[in-house]
Structure formats: structure tokens, C-alpha cells
Write a protein that binds this ligand. Structure first.
Ligand code: FES
Ligand SMILES: [Fe+2]
Length: 510
């Protein structure tokens, strides 16, 4: 066994936990770093149709995958198609607290049974020639059955795939010989003890087609290494360049972005004037970005050079020509309304005479708002639970931890290896009074829509504009590169490394 030379932030992280005044759930104390070593991933895996087809056979037809949420199917007879890589399944609520999933195809000549979500069906009738099944999958009717000599009705039930449940999510697995769902997810639920996923409801669901391979997008949301260049504005509020703890466990991995650890040589800059203008600084090189008007940003370097840029970071005038496109987008792109949290945070930060760490201030505000929703536990929540904690359950599901609402899923779009569907689902705590109105419909954005057209995402919409700006260019770069392999960081890319180790294992299964 290799010695663990992998660099971790575990000691600094545990010191941070020691400062907490509230009890820390045991799961936060677990250290399970990935085995050290670089990871090389063949670039072809991101665009080759041959590899895509291999993934269909070896992964999508065999793995447990998140297919629906109970809030999608509130009543008996409700159904939801789940499409993945050219395959399609139909998840149906067949009884109170019972769900089944069928191959979404008619047993006659194969028409897809359902194209979209439907409500309170008492049968599933194929729109082509009218074959019909009861919602429990048993055959109901075949028009002109006399014309099918030898057909045995008992053999014409809708073929089912396996169903597993975690929290209020419904997973499916098309492989009849798959391992039990509970074995597959392992002890993942033990990280969600204070607010289990059983106690959350779907507050928002936004989806968009992205012109890149599903893995390209999947991996872009697994690590916080990219925050340095893609979201530099996040580093301004007291976070540092090296502050995320990564662990891997069985089929899932975890990142905890502490926002409070020692910086590895981040330069220090004087504060920006507080004159109400939309202005931010790139902490890496000190350049200041100021919004002049929608679509126009002025950037000034520490040595006084200036330039004006459009929203795509194209230089319009000035002697400064090279700037960070993501910060130009942040300052000059469409803005979103300030959330209650942002307002409260700005207020608290202004009055912060005791110089309390921003992450502690942020936790206080979140505890206050949760006091109205889940009063019995709100005050017991440690600061660390309010930070960004993001899990990845192989292959494509990303439930965020503790009190963060975010969940992601990335699926191939049809059979095109160079397109995927990105979904962001917000799961909010179910209020203790039991009253909530869940989101039932997916809000689909057009391929060219700005993410701020989904205002239900709040500030995250602007963060996505930065992330998603990279992805088609990553995809294009993979075709352009002279390299055969991508290379991944030993520690900061622990999660994508873990993903590729599992992918390799699944692809090579007999
Ligand atoms: S294809 Fe479904 S009834 Fe004919
Ligand atoms: Fe990001």
C-alpha cells in the first residue's frame, strides 16, 4: 500500500472545528483522503461516440441513478419520464408511498409511452394503437386482441426496472442483477443527520442544455480549485485560495469549503471605496472591475492602466487589453435582485466592530432565518454546517450538505456525446408546520439564455454564468489539444479523480 503523502488540509480543518461552540456532527470529523497520485484521463473520452456507447452499456444500463423526486409525483397515477443517454424510463406513483419505474416503451411496436410529466392517470395507454396498462404495469387492454394469435396476456406486463429511495429522491437501476441500492449509497445518509433529505422539499428546478460532454460539466461542479480563476469574487469575502477539505468514501465523495483557512500566498489589497458603485477586485492581480452600464465594464490595473470591455471581455478602448472574462461578466452582465440574505449580510458586515469572521456572520443570519422554519433545531446548528459542503454520488448526482439547498444532476443529452443537460434543484427544509408549496415543473432555459433568466436561483445564477462560459470552450479545447490526456491535481481534484477511478472500474466490469 502506498504511503499517504497526499497533501490535505485536515489538521487546519480540525482546528477550525475545535473553535465551534456548538456540537459538531460526527461525520464532520471523518477524514478519508484519496490515495495520492496524479490522474490522467484520455481526452477522447469526452467526445468519442464509441466511448459514449460504452458508457451506455457499462454505466447507464447498470448504475443506480437519481430519476425523480417525490415532489414531482404527489398523487397516485402521477408519472414522470426519465431520459438518459438515449434510454427512457417512466417513473410512476402506483400507491401512497409506492413508486415503480418501467421501460418507457410500448410492447407493441415500441412507441415511447409518455413524453412528459402527467397527472393522476388511471391507465397508461399508448397513443399509437391504444394498448393500455394499469398504473401497476399489468396489462389492461389490447384493441383487436383477436389479431395477436398466441399472445399471452400474462407475459405482457410492462417490464420494470429496480427502484431505490434516498430521502425523497427516487433512484432507478435497469440492471436486474445490480447491488442493493442501500449498498450502493453506503453511509451517505449519515452525513445528513440534522436535516435529512426526508425533510426537504423541492423549491426550484432549473434545467439547460450545455454544449459539452456530461462529464465535462459534471467535473466542473466537483471542486473549488476553479474558484480562483472562474469565481475570483468569492475570494474577496474572507475566503482563501486553499480552503476546501476533500474526502472520498465508497461511491461518493465530499468537499467542505471552510472559507476560513490560511492563505497560501494570496496577495493583500486595500479595501475598495464604499461609494455604492458596482465594483470588485480580482484578488490574484489586484485589477479592479467597475460596471459603467449594462454590458460595459471599466478595468483598472494596480499600475494605473485602464481599459473598457464588453460583456465578452472584448477590449473596446484603453491600454489594458487582457482581463478576466468571468469578472467582466459578473460586473457588466445582467444583475439579480439582492436576496434577503445578501441584504442582512451587508448590514451585519458594516456594523462588524468585533471583526467577527464573515463565515460566522453568514451562519448567524442563516440560523435566524431557519428559526422561523425549523425552530426546534435552528439554534443547534454549528457554523461549519452553513458552509458549502458538496457531495458527488457516482456517476452524476451532487447533493449539497447540511443547510445548503443546492443539488445538481448532469445527464447526456440524447445520444450526442457533446451535449448534456445540467439541472439545478433547490431543496429547502420542510417547515415544521408542514406547510409548503413545492415546485412541480422544470424551468427550462434556452441554450443561449442567460442564467439570470431563472431569478429563482438568486445569486447562483450569476455564478453559473461564469461556470458555463467555460464549458463549451473546455469541450472545444479537448478537440484542439495536442495532449492525449487531461491531468488532475493530486488533492484539489480529489473528487474528479475519485470519479474517474470509479468510471474506469465500471467501464472495465465484465
Ligand atoms: S405502438 Fe403502442 S399500441 Fe402500437
Ligand atoms: Fe463554479
Amino acid at each position: 500500500m502506498a504511503t499517504r503523502s497526499v497533501r490535505t488540509i485536515d489538521p487546519a480543518y480540525h482546528k477550525l472545528l475545535d473553535q465551534e461552540s456548538r456540537p459538531i456532527p460526527e461525520s464532520f470529523r471523518r477524514d478519508s483522503p484519496i490515495e495520492p497520485g496524479p490522474t490522467f484521463v484520455p481526452v477522447k473520452r469526452y467526445y468519442s461516440k464509441e466511448f459514449f456507447d460504452l458508457e451506455v452499456e457499462k454505466i447507464w444500463k447498470r448504475v443506480w441513478q437519481m430519476a425523480a423526486h417525490e415532489d414531482d409525483l404527489p398523487d397516485v397515477g402521477d408519472y414522470l419520464p426519465y431520459d438518459i443517454a438515449g434510454l427512457s424510463f417512466l417513473v410512476v406513483k402506483t400507491d401512497e408511498n409506492e413508486y415503480k419505474a418501467y421501460y418507457n416503451a410500448c410492447l407493441h411496436r415500441g412507441r415511447k409511452l409518455r413524453e412528459q410529466r402527467g397527472k393522476q392517470a388511471d391507465e397508461l395507454r399508448c397513443p399509437f394503437h391504444g394498448w393500455a396498462w394499469n398504473i401497476d404495469g399489468s396489462l389492461k387492454q389490447i384493441p383487436c386482441q383477436w389479431d395477436f394469435p398466441g399472445l399471452k396476456r400474462s407475459e405482457q406486463a410492462l417490464p420494470e426496472v429496480k427502484v431505490g429511495r434516498w430521502g425523497r429522491y427516487i433512484f432507478i437501476n435497469p440492471d436486474p442483477d445490480c447491488e442493493p441500492f442501500e449498498d450502493f449509497i453506503g453511509d451517505l445518509p449519515s452525513h445528513f443527520k440534522l436535516l435529512p433529505y426526508e425533510k426537504r422539499y423541492k423549491e426550484a428546478h432549473v434545467a439547460k442544455i450545455i454544449p459539452c460532454n456530461w462529464k465535462t460539466a459534471n467535473e466542473a461542479f466537483m471542486e473549488s480549485y476553479h474558484v480562483i480563476a472562474t469565481h475570483p469574487q468569492i475570494l474577496m469575502g474572507g475566503a482563501h485560495d486553499v480552503d476546501t477539505k476533500y474526502d472520498v468514501f465508497g461511491n461518493y465523495s465530499r468537499a467542505i469549503r471552510c472559507g476560513a483557512l490560511e492563505s497560501e500566498g494570496m496577495p493583500q489589497w486595500p479595501p475598495l471605496p464604499d461609494d455604492g458603485k458596482m465594483r470588485l477586485r480580482n484578488p490574484l492581480n489586484g485589477f479592479v472591475y467597475e460596471r459603467i452600464e449594462e454590458g460595459l465594464v471599466e478595468v483598472v490595473s494596480p499600475d494605473g492602466r485602464k481599459g473598457r470591455f464588453d460583456i465578452n471581455a472584448k477590449c473596446l478602448e484603453g491600454d489594458l487589453t487582457e482581463v478576466n472574462p468571468h469578472l467582466v461578466n459578473w460586473a457588466g452582465g445582467p444583475q439579480v435582485a439582492q436576496t434577503e440574505f445578501d441584504k442582512a449580510f451587508a448590514e451585519k458586515a458594516k456594523k462588524n466592530e468585533k471583526k467577527i469572521h464573515p463565515r460566522v456572520l453568514a451562519a448567524e443570519i442563516q440560523r435566524e432565518s431557519l428559526r422561523e422554519v425549523i425552530p426546534s433545531i435552528a439554534d443547534d446548528i454549528a457554523d461549519i454546517e452553513f458552509t458549502s459542503i458538496f457531495f458527488t454520488l457516482f456517476p452524476n448526482f451532487h447533493p449539497w450538505g447540511s443547510f445548503n439547498k443546492i443539488n445538481y444532476r448532469f445527464r447526456p443529452h440524447g445520444t450526442n456525446p457533446e451535449e448534456c443537460v445540467m439541472e439545478c434543484i433547490y431543496l429547502a427544509p420542510i417547515p415544521e408546520d408542514g406547510k409548503y408549496e413545492p415546485c412541480r415543473e422544470i424551468h427550462w432555459l434556452g441554450i443561449d439564455d442567460d442564467w439570470t433568466e431563472a431569478p429563482e436561483l438568486g445569486m447562483l445564477a450569476k455564478v453559473f454564468n461564469q461556470d458555463i462560459r467555460n464549458l463549451p470552450l473546455v469541450q472545444q479545447g479537448m478537440h484542439a489539444t495536442a495532449m492525449e490526456n487531461l491531468q488532475m491535481a493530486d488533492y484539489n481534484e480529489s473528487k474528479p479523480r475519485h470519479f474517474h477511478m470509479l468510471l474506469e472500474e465500471w467501464i472495465n466490469r465484465p
